[in-house]
Design a protein around this ligand. Sequence first.
Ligand SMILES: Nc1nc(=O)c2c([nH]1)NC[C@@H]1CN(c3ccc(C(=O)N[C@@H](CCC(=O)O)C(=O)O)cc3)CN21
Ligand SMILES: O=c1ccn([C@H]2C[C@H](O)[C@@H](COP(=O)(O)O)O2)c(=O)[nH]1
Length: 274
Amino acid sequence: MKQYHDLLQHILNEGTDKGDRTGTGTRSVFGYQMRFNLQEGFPMVTTKKLHLKSIIHELLWFLTGDTNVKYLQDNGVRIWNEWANENGDLGPVYGHQWRNWNNEDIDQIKDIIHTLKNNPNSRRMMVSAWNPSVMPDTSVSFSENVANGKAALPPCHAFFQFYVSDNKLSCQLYQRSADVFLGVPFNIASYALFTMMMAQVCGFEYGDFIHTFGDVHIYSNHMEQVKLQLSREPRALPIMKMNPDIKDIFNFTFDDFTLENYDPYPAIKGAVAI
Ligand SMILES: Nc1nc(=O)c2c([nH]1)NC[C@@H]1CN(c3ccc(C(=O)N[C@@H](CCC(=O)O)C(=O)O)cc3)CN21
Ligand SMILES: O=c1ccn([C@H]2C[C@H](O)[C@@H](COP(=O)(O)O)O2)c(=O)[nH]1
């Protein structure tokens, strides 16, 4: 994962100090791109231990269209708790927009699969989680926004596009805002896995995952952690094995994934900016 270390180093070298919504403070750059060839291994950061269980359950949760944290909590995943209201609701966030865009019965995932199978040369294979009509009002709390039918947080991984050439499936994500120490390792692994799942169910080989960023930042309270991480030499990437019998994107379950040869350095704790 030289790509990830290069990004950390680029922000340290070239970033400017910038205030942010959470009041934490960041060092930030605007615009950056990384590319991962999914045939070269599974892009899971090795220089700190990642909680793969959270990544897989979060992705399966998005795919069901669920926006309540109960499923995550029942599976030991805590990463969305801070933003949910007392009933566990997050408002119309990712899963809702993917599967039922703007409450209009538009299933963007089903539509993309149909196009991938029938017209893979299409240049219109986009999924958008960005929906201006549910943007939260930042002057009120997360739960007040949810009560008003708004999303607790606007999507960070806002939209993505698929592309097929040489029978290989690639995916490019635009991430408008990125917490490089905590969020980005999750986001890379999640979209890499999603691309591989889509490739399997549509009958393609693995292509590239391309990760494009807007405001990409290191929070000021993650600087020591980032320096420790950069002092570690990246190790060989692990291999992700998926149950080859699954041919419907909505039928994957947690037990269909096995990560082999993941040999990370120890975890590095960091506080999440709320
Ligand atoms: N500031 C901020 N950064 C994010 O990455 C982020 C948000 N907010 N808000 C919404 C979601 C929630 N995400 C999160 C939230 C917490 C962790 C986190 O604490 N990760 C720890 C522990 C992981 C675990 O126990 O599963 C880590 O060390 O990776 C990661 C992603 C990604 N998003
Ligand atoms: O998947 C995710 C979700 C969130 N983040 C980060 C990016 C920002 O640091 C915060 C969101 O704050 P905004 O003020 O809405 O930009 O969460 C991430 O990196 N990955």
